[in-house]
Design a protein around this ligand. Structure first.
Ligand code: F6R
Length: 652
């Protein structure tokens, strides 16, 4: 069950962390708050050194993790006069080979995100040089290492962590005393870098990186990680053994490290997955549910077969005392899960709804399905979408972004050629139009890796996805006047990295809500999206709800969250599970197939090689299997939802 406080992290649970974490961890509600905290610490250190008339040496990382930290430092420079005159920096790494001006170079990244906006003397900046001839690299690396020593060593080192466990580009197998050197990049690291290089073949195979030994010499280290996709590797680095297989685990041997996480990156830590193992907890019903599901999975037993001994042997004796033994607890949690299952996602008219996830009335509900990208509706909730329509609810779908960045250039070219040939075949191809098409084709032919598309190409790519979205929504049973394209402006940068959410985005959502006045809103609550678009889209919806909360109809407007293609909600967070028959699974698959530009291999597949329909199918089957293992009914597949409870709404 989700509410404003549970996702914003104001958990009522009190923990004592004793045994599992071998590194000091601090968890923040979100990466913005966490980054501000680190920025303040760094600013304090810079100022202290300034007072003492000394220089300070910062070790810096690139990638998505430190972006907000750099934004905060720039803000402090602009608004609070924080000077970088006494700051010397050493960057961890650079791709090799890599010209400085290339869009993917770390040199460029650092200048765009930090150095161009502060008063650091250029001679104080050190970034490994990706243009050094191969035969000079070894000598260069020794020189780089020496410069760090000559500067007095690194005072504060900022790190991100790769999904391989790398810090800098020290991939698994790196040794503890390694210094600055040339390395080969791991396959997974290269796949993660596709977002910047567009094609895997364009991602360099090598890099120059400071070593583990160079990093370990820093006096203070901050390791930053945001998002669910980092959760598993964070658990290994923080709770696992020290091992070259997880290079970040070497940090356990450092005496002054802080691991700074957002909620999502902390999701796999034992304090989150099984807090009762870490110390005293407040046994809320949600937590009891989590514990029962956990115990059932640990023992491989269905819930109703769990015994007092099972609980006691798995560190849950406290819960037994609280709950009067296994028998009552099992039945309570079994019923709770049982009540999440419904074939009537819009509520079942004329029936007792006291234990159903949705209200029976009104019998015909107005619903809006918000889909961050043009295919999330069918990927994440295609089965439920079709059921809502079949059960005669008034269903609208709103595509929040154009999704244009995820269309291959060759598809855009195909459509331009199609248009040009069609117009020519009808005798309608004017010289102007012909030139226009040629200009687009010339741009595509000359386009460099990572180069942003011109607006005309973005428009074509967006229209390709529009057509696919329309086809998917029509296949799911709704009419064209119920299909809305919001094209939220924050997305339209032409790059993977998006702009900030503004009122213009929020108003688009609020206006649609206000015109439909829905009883149900479905939205992506998937915080694992590697590019953050889902997050921003959810923020826009929450902001729109906040804006409209004074309207009477908002009291009856329930927000249901689904998760995107990557991860499902943990069972104890599911409020509604909608089962699907094999036939319904096949129909959902067909709706996903309408998104042809995303088939085979979209430009940004994320961490998973499977196609979207496979991910969706596997995930929905896995949820059904989990319910079956817990002793509930066996279904082919299930889509899951969590209800977001607003403090200002009457709770049911
Ligand atoms: C970058 C670096 C890498 C990144 C890591 C995480 O200078 O050294 O170790 O910190 O790959 O990257 P993001 O932050 O993009 O997830």
């Amino acid at each position: 069950m989700l509410n404003t406080s549970s996702l914003s992290g104001k958990s009522p649970i009190k923990f004592q962390f004793k045994t599992f974490e071998k590194l000091p961890v601090k968890i923040w509600d979100d990466s913005r708050a966490a980054s501000l905290h680190v920025a303040k610490s760094i600013a304090l250190a810079i100022r202290q050194k300034q007072q003492d008339g000394e220089k300070i040496v910062l070790g810096l990382a690139t990638g998505s993790s430190p972006i907000k930290l750099y934004q905060e430092l720039v803000n402090m420079h602009r608004n609070e006069g924080l000077s970088f005159q006494n700051v010397i920096t050493f960057n961890l790494d650079e791709y090799y080979p890599m010209p400085k001006e290339a869009p993917q170079s770390y040199w460029r990244f650092m200048h765009e995100h930090l150095f161009n906006h502060v008063d650091i003397p250029p001679e104080n900046i050190h970034i490994p040089d990706g243009t050094i001839p191969m035969e000079k690299v070894s000598e260069y690396c020794q020189w780089y290492e020496k410069q760090i020593d000559l500067a007095g060593g690194i005072d504060i080192q900022v790190l991100g962590i790769g999904r391989t466990g790398h810090i800098g580009f020290n991939e698994p197998g790196s040794w503890e005393t390694s210094l600055t050197r040339m390395v080969r990049l791991d396959g997974l690291t290269r796949r993660d870098a596709i977002k910047d290089f567009i094609y895997e073949e364009a991602v360099p195979t090598r890099a120059i990186t400071m070593g583990i030994g160079s990093i370990m010499k820093a006096r203070t280290i901050y390791l930053l990680a945001w998002g669910q996709h980092k959760a598993d590797i964070i658990k290994e680095a923080v709770e696992g053994p020290v091992s070259a297989q997880v290079p970040a685990s070497f940090l356990q041997k450092h005496n002054n490290v802080r691991v700074i996480l957002d909620r999502a990156a902390a999701e796999s830590l034992t304090r989150t997955t099984a807090p009762w193992l870490c110390g005293m907890v407040n046994w809320t019903e949600d937590l009891a549910c989590q514990a029962v599901v956990w115990a059932a999975q640990k023992t491989g037993k269905p819930i109703l077969k769990l015994t007092n001994e099972d609980y006691n042997e798995h560190g849950l004796s406290e819960l037994m005392l609280e709950e009067n033994g296994a028998y009552d607890l099992n039945i309570k949690i079994f019923n709770r899960l049982q009540h999440t299952i419904t074939g009537w996602p819009g509520g079942k008219a004329g029936s007792d709804d006291s234990t159903r996830p949705e209200r029976a009335n009104p019998a015909r509900k107005r619903c809006i399905i918000f889909s961050p990208h043009p295919d999330d509706d069918v990927i994440s909730m295609g089965g439920t979408f079709m059921r809502l329509v079949e059960q005669k609810h008034d269903v609208h779908v709103a595509y929040q972004t154009s999704g244009n960045i995820a269309v291959h250039d060759y598809d855009a070219r195909r459509y331009v050629e199609f248009q040009r040939e069609y117009m020519a075949s009808q005798g309608m191809l004017s010289e102007n139009l012909d030139n226009h098409y040629q200009m687009i084709l010339d741009f595509l032919a000359a386009k460099k890796t990572g180069q942003a598309d011109i607006p005309e190409v973005r428009a074509i790519k967006g229209l390709i996805r529009r057509g696919e979205a329309r086809a998917g929504a029509r296949y799911s049973g709704i009419d064209d006047d119920h299909i809305h394209f919001l094209d939220m402006p924050f997305y339209e940068t032409g790059h993977v990295h998006k702009g900030d959410l503004t009122d213009a985005d929020i108003d688009l959502v609020a206006n649609l809500l206000n015109s439909v006045k829905p009883h149900q809103v479905y939205a992506a609550g998937d915080l694992a999206d590697p590019h953050g678009t889902h997050r921003v889209c959810l923020e826009a919806i929450l902001a729109a709800f906040e804006k409209l909360k004074g309207e009477a109809w908002m009291q009856d407007c329930w927000l249901w969250l689904y998760r995107g293609a990557w991860h499902e909600f943990p069972i104890h967070e599911i409020d509604m599970a909608v089962p699907m028959s094999p036939d319904q699974v096949a129909r959902k698959q067909k709706a996903i197939f309408m998104h042809q530009s995303q088939k085979d291999r979209p430009p940004f597949p994320g961490e998973d090689d499977r196609e979207f329909w496979q991910r969706a199918k596997d995930r929905n089957k896995a949820t059904a299997e989990l319910y079956r293992q817990l002793g509930l009914a066996e279904y082919e597949a299930m889509e899951a939802f969590a209800r977001w409870r607003f403090e200002w709404q009457k709770v049911r």
